[in-house]
Design a binder for this molecule. Sequence first.
Ligand code: SF4
Length: 589
Amino acid sequence: MSIDNYFTSGGALSDNLPRFRQRNAQRDAAQFIFESMKEYQPAVLEAPTGSGKTFAYLIPAFELGRRTIISTKTKQLMSQIAGKDISTVQQIFGQEKYTAVLKGRRNYFCHLRFFRFVYPNQGRFEKVAHWYETVVYEEIIDIPIGLFSQHEIEHITTDSWQCTGSKCEFYDICSFYRAKEHANSADIVITNHYLLMSDFALKSENEHASIFDFAEHIIMDEAHSIPDIFPRFAGTELSLKSFLKLMNENRHVFDPREIEIAAGMLSGLLESINERRYTSEIKTDILPYIEFVNRAIGEKNLEEMTNSHKRLLVNAESALGETEGVRFTDQDRGDILLNYIPLNAADKLREGLKNACLSPVFVSATLSGKGNFDYFLSETGFETDEVKKLSLDPVFDMVRQGRLLVSDSDDSIYEELAEKAKGTVLIICNSVGRMTKLTKLLKKLRPGKVYSQRDIDIKDTEGLTDTIFVGCAVFREGMDFAHTGISYVVLDKLPFEYPDDLVLKEHAENIKKNGQEPFMDYFLPRAVIYYRQAVGRLLRHEDDKGVWIILDKRLDTKNYGKYFSSVLKDVPRIDSIDEATAFLEEKHA
Ligand code: SF4
């Protein structure tokens, strides 16, 4: 059947999707993906919010019937695809194609850790022990969302450094490895970017190393996040607390004094390292801790610790090594993390992809920076002429549905908004400091109606009306307020990142070395992508109406402002909050 036919009124999708609406953007996206996959052409698709892109790639994948991995960024999106969306497609194509889901290790029950740490201490882990009785006969035991504390989860799941793989006595019944086996015999696999990127990182070093078996196609939704996620997997992240955890979990072989000293040394580091630093600047502070715990663990020569200890040492070597890349140290929730990010991550990503599939498809609502895909392609290791590209126009009627107010950044506009705005306001800041200050100001002006991203979880926002949400990147990219309905999206500033950030600084230096211009070729396209994500929070349906307020005149005054203003180029401009209120009230007339 022609791909177009699935997407017409009266077509297969409309028969199986109760709220189906025929959308040209969806049909064009599906046609583009189908043709690219059929010809094994790498492809990049920018499909705007509301275009229905999930079905636009699921239908071609099922129609072609080749082994395809589909990856997305968040757990919520993954379960939406694996649940509702796949079953709709299966109603069309039947159950013939075998589909499977593979999540990260922390989502699966680890028998080894359960029987080592929980089973002998059932008094302390009563909830886990009772739950285990209810799932004991399941072939694959998933960790239920929201049931257990972080402490409990850590005792019944593994990180890769803790897992002994095929040497483990429970390997044959291991939930993660069973899920992996299912995924590797499936036609269609649903996964997330974190697991997929760690697979690419493995394959970039060794084409035979893998989590996923080779696929004909890999479709990456929310692909804009890949240039930021992959480098973390291509490098190393070493948690200094892991050494202490290993000692605590095997405390019977340690002198209590050793654990006390290690804990004291880690606390000292936590006190002294309270901001991101180059690891080279604080290496001499960190080394005594690493040397002490290594000696203490190594001396015990305990089989249960050997594998994990070896892996931690490999990570330590990389995090403290000299190979080209950025090495920095962060403090994170009571832990010190030593990070290494290689500078040639794009080449590694390309190599990993080459060893993972015949042709990738990158899909997102926000992939183009300066009106083209150059930034995204260079960060993923592709040349522009190797890839098929399509950018679809917005699906919403921007003239009818939106208004744009561009103004100076001035707190008085927030005072006016707090007083006059009807409907929900989403404010996006560039820094946590600014978010905190603004939240404080607005809470005074509209008591009980203002939440920062720290105060509230997205699932608790449903039903809240006339509310002001203030956030940073989390609100800009990761949250869907469709159920809440947003009337105003306010950008406190154009979303440029701080060039002083150590990682960005090194990346910019590297770009310069490669003959490019850091601002134009890196910071600007990234900011435009963030801008598109932020403005994309406003309209989610054809009958929505909303106002964008951009508190940054650089949009009009700077030469580069054109890349931002082109995003909302058709939207009529207004000059005041009063005009905005009047426009929004029209719908109630
Ligand atoms: S193989 Fe790894 S994840 Fe599976 S039970 Fe053993 S240690 Fe746990």
